[in-house]
Design a protein around this ligand. Structure first.
Ligand code: SF4
Ligand code: SF4
Length: 360
């Protein structure tokens, strides 16, 4: 007989670090383009899996010594290898019991609305991207929507919707969303990535997290974001507040287009791969977003910046070369030092000295 306990035991044995299960009914109220009930209308249960990000893969970024382990291990490795293999194992268990397992790994699809700002079809499609790659020698990958996709029948939304992973993890009882919009679990703070299975099996459900607040409202994420794009705590005009199954959840309305530029390139003080002269010259104003000339980030400004800095990528791992993670490391450090959920996890804190910054 298929039980929640059996699913969780299988998931942990296969390599997941956390597993929680919630009913699909908790998605009531989600925007249509982000409601996973449109993916598999017969599904009764959502199973969430968390895969820890080893703190040490950010050590190099923390100290300015090494930059590609984080994107390759903690983005690529988890999303492409570790998590799919667990989904595959648990999916087999579910299907051996006669139920269906709709596996949903992280990344690999683009929704019918932009995952940056929710706007429908405002960014280039994969076809346009391919055209760019072939003819314009532009290798950046900014297709954030599949803008020509249409619903296959009137009662549906367009296929390949992207649901809200962090909310789904909350629904499954794994933790909460912090002010920075990162998902926080009691076990790993902000250090995990997520994957899901939807199934038509009815299971025993976890309660949503109701312990001590995981987000300390400390503002470390706000202070340590090089793009200054996470709103100040308490800024009501930039607070997102929603209600899920009776639980109010809120976070800061971060500027994701700006994050898209900064988490990869970080600007002159935190990117040792781009010569100072390039920032100084700021040819054609392509780097205005980093140099404080404009604060307005959108598809156009981000593509300009990526194109201008393309030659300085030290490697290509299939994922953007994240050099930032300031919000994550700031959060880890705060949760270790200020009585947060990571207080007793490591023998030594992440941070023992002052954060680095290039003098230029
Ligand atoms: S990844 Fe970097 S740029 Fe993006 S919100 Fe976090 S600190 Fe800011
Ligand atoms: S850094 Fe502080 S305010 Fe930001 S998400 Fe973490 S605990 Fe919350």
């Amino acid at each position: 007989m298929l039980t929640s306990q059996k699913i969780k035991e299988t998931a942990l044995a296969a390599g997941a670090d956390l597993c929680g299960i919630g009913p699909m009914s908790r998605f009531e109220g989600a925007p249509v383009e982000m409601d996973p009930r449109y993916l598999f209308p017969e599904a009764k249960s959502c199973i969430a899996f968390a895969f820890r990000i080893p703190r040490g893969v950010q050590r190099g970024i923390e100290q300015g010594t090494q930059f590609y382990q984080y994107p390759s291990m903690a983005y690529g490795g988890i999303n492409e290898i570790f998590a799919p293999s667990v989904l595959y194992h648990v999916g087999k268990l579910i299907e051996d019991e006669g139920f269906e397992a709709f596996l949903y790994r992280n990344t690999g699809a683009r929704g019918s609305v932009s995952d940056m700002d929710g706007a429908p079809g405002n960014t280039i499609s994969p076809e346009e991207q391919i055209n760019n790659n072939e003819h314009d020698k532009n290798k950046t990958a900014h297709h954030r929507t599949v803008q020509f996709t249409r619903a296959t029948r009137p009662e549906n939304t367009a296929p390949d919707l992207q649901f809200h992973f962090r909310l789904a993890a909350v629904i499954c009882g794994l933790g909460e969303i912090g002010w920075s919009k990162m998902f926080l679990s009691p076990e790993f703070g902000p250090l995990q990535r997520l994957a899901f299975i939807f199934t038509d099996a009815e299971l025993e459900y976890d309660e949503m997290y109701s312990g001590k607040p995981l987000c300390r409202r400390c503002g470390a994420c706000v202070r340590e974001c090089p793009g200054h794009l996470i709103p100040k705590l308490g800024d009501e005009s930039r607070t997102v507040r929603i209600n899920i199954a009776g639980k109010t959840i809120e976070w800061g309305d971060t500027d994701f287009w700006k994050c898209y530029a900064y988490y990869t390139h970080t600007g002159r003080y935190y990117n040792p791969f781009v010569p100072k002269a390039v920032w100084d010259e700021n040819k054609n104003g392509d780097l205005d977003l980093f140099e404080g000339v404009t604060d307005k980030a959108d598809e156009k400004t981000v593509v300009r910046a990526y194109t201008a800095l393309e030659n300085y990528f030290p490697t290509w791992v299939g994922y953007n070369m994240a050099k930032c993670g300031g919000c994550i490391r700031g959060c880890v450090s705060a949760l270790e030092r200020k009585g947060g959920c990571m207080e007793t996890r490591f023998k030594k804190p992440l941070r023992t000295g002052k954060a680095w910054k290039m003098d230029r």
